[in-house]
Design a protein around this ligand. Structure first.
Ligand code: PEP
Ligand code: MN
Length: 338
């Protein structure tokens, strides 16, 4: 950590800071320049991170050298993490993973029909929400446990792995019975108690970036899961809220290479929620893969106009199939496979 002092900082203020740093068992390294003084702090940065050093008289800025997340960082693990979600499906390897399915599980028949179609097109994981985080309490909230049972049936019939959202700690044991990947939605990215609980399991977690959260905050949330012992975390860029209103959210494509530089965890892109418009899903999915994402999570519905949620951003199976063929070509161009 480096503490930059104000140009008018007094000797007394510098000494006061130095004494504080020493009292914490850390080593201050004072460098007096012509313009101003800076203090380098050597030692366990965590000890000092929680101290409100900015409020000390004479301090202008405090710069952190080490990242606040450790286990999620590239410094901790140089090689890319590959998350085994079972059934031979691994996220983060050369082979891309595409998760596809309806926004909400609606009926067994419809789910199995979608599952068969997305599998045929090359998806290896079936998505579908049984517990839905809806903006309106009057909107369809999901089928709950019945929806989980339909997912299990679809898995039995197709062999696809399952991803479904967990919204509430009270449903953890139930969701664990049915899912291969626990999805933590954007709205729960900073539900720290929920993160700690999924961290205590060994089940792979797909952690979606909150719509108003920075990449650093996403990695700090991942750290919650990792620090409980669960290293099977997949990050997901699903669009953030900006001033742009042409799309539902703004897909932060830059997040993909930025996260790849900062962390060893795999990243997938959700072009469905990022755009909110089915016609934009393809271009953004392709951009995500070209930018280095390890996979995609895409909403597919045979009758989007009748979907109980997110129909406007759902691809019909034929368009999903077409997109998969295009993605295959991009994968090939960047040395990956689908
Ligand atoms: C979803 O995947 O259906 C969903 C609600 O996503 P998000 O949490 O990204 O809004
Ligand atoms: Mn949705």
């Amino acid at each position: 950590m480096i503490i930059v002092l104000r140009p008018d900082a007094t000797e007394k203020q510098v000494n006061h800071l130095v004494a504080k740093i020493k009292s914490l068992g850390l080593k201050p390294w004072v460098s007096k320049g012509v313009e101003r003084t800076i203090i380098g702090v050597i030692g366990e940065e965590d000890i000092i991170r929680v101290q409100p050093l900015e409020v000390f008289p004479g301090v202008e800025r405090v710069l952190q050298i080490l990242k606040p997340y450790k286990l999620a960082s590239r410094d901790f693990k140089k090689e890319d993490s590959v998350i085994d979600v079972g059934g031979g499906v691994k996220v983060g390897s050369k082979k891309l993973v595409v998760m596809a399915g309806p926004c909400s599980v609606e009926s067994e028949k419809l789910l199995i029909d979608i599952a068969r179609k997305v599998k045929k097109a090359g998806a290896t994981v079936l998505r579908g929400g049984a517990f839905k985080p809806r903006t309106s309490p009057y909107a369809f909230q999901g089928l709950g446990v019945q929806g989980l049972k339909y997912l299990a049936q679809a898995k039995k019939e197709t062999g696809l792995r399952i991803i479904t959202e967990l919204m509430d700690i009270r449903d953890l044991d139930t969701v664990l019975k049915y899912t291969d990947i626990i999805q933590i939605g954007a709205r729960n990215m900073q539900n720290f108690n929920l993160l700690k609980e999924v961290g205590k399991t060994k089940r792979p977690v797909l952690l979606k970036r909150g719509m108003a959260n920075t990449i650093k905050e996403l990695l700090m949330s991942a750290e919650y899961v990792l620090s409980e012992g669960n290293f099977s975390v997949i990050l997901c860029e699903r669009g953030i809220r900006t001033f742009e209103d042409a799309t539902r959210f703004t897909l932060d494509i830059t997040a993909v290479p930025v996260i790849k530089n900062l962390s060893h965890l795999p990243v997938v892109v959700d072009p469905s929620h990022a755009t909110g418009k089915w016609g934009l899903v393809g271009p953004c999915a392709k951009a995500g893969i070209a930018a280095g994402a390890d996979g995609l999570i895409i909403e597919v519905h045979p009758k989007p106009e009748e979907a109980m949620s997110d129909g406007e951003q759902s691809l019909v199976p034929a368009n999903f199939e077409k997109l998969m063929k295009e993605i295959e070509k991009i994968a090939e161009a960047i040395g990956r496979t689908l």
